[in-house]
Write a protein that binds this ligand. Sequence first.
Ligand SMILES: [Zn+2]
Length: 263
Amino acid sequence: MKNFLSLLCVGLLILAKASFANDNQNSWQQMKGRDFIIYYRANVPDDFVQTTMDTAEDELRRVTENFGITNPPSWADKDRQIKVYIYSDRDDYVKNGAQATWSHGAAFAKARTIKTYPEATGFFDTIMPHELGHIIFRDYIGFTVAVPLWFEEGVAIYQEKAKRLGANQIVKQAIENGQFIPLSQLTGVRLYKDSDKQVVDSFYSESASAVYYLITELGEQEFFMLCDALKNNMPFEEALHKVYLRFKTIGDLDQSWQQYLQG
Ligand SMILES: [Zn+2]
């Protein structure tokens, strides 16, 4: 489980512009596909780049379906293609990609950019779908509406093949140990490069579990409706109440989710 929990992205930077500090002196190789352009360091093996391209195209379709988007806009236009940067290794990714040491991949939704590196465990099953989840979700709902970070991350985690199974157990444990952070407080949590690992792990487990509950227990159609309400710029709590009448606040959702976890 630890491995899964360490597969994270820098949530705070999701909406930020991609920054490529210190990258000017380094050259990138390029592979152009229909919906993606992959930029990679010279030492990244060709077969890894090719598999990344093939997986990315497949995952783009699967993740789009997961959001119930029936008429997706084309990604093939030059200004909409998704850019994937594959750094040489972790050091290169952290230093030149300006990323946290605890992160293995990062998505910049507005710039339609993903950054990662080839040694990242679970790259194809976890990191790629997760980061695409961020990009597709924001491309769909737009960039004006504010969404709690735990929801944004939970939605991305839901795209991972294994969906961090085990997160429910970790959250249950946290409730029993008194280490549980209520959703209303989680909404205010911010993650930084030097955030405590315990806080980061709790944040992602709770995000995964809460969104998993929303989608699998309260219904996929309702989740699609929630995304549609956000797309129409409805504030998060208002959208929540519109779709799930009994939830007037995030606190109501929190209670219902905790009751479900405690059986
Ligand atoms: Zn993420």
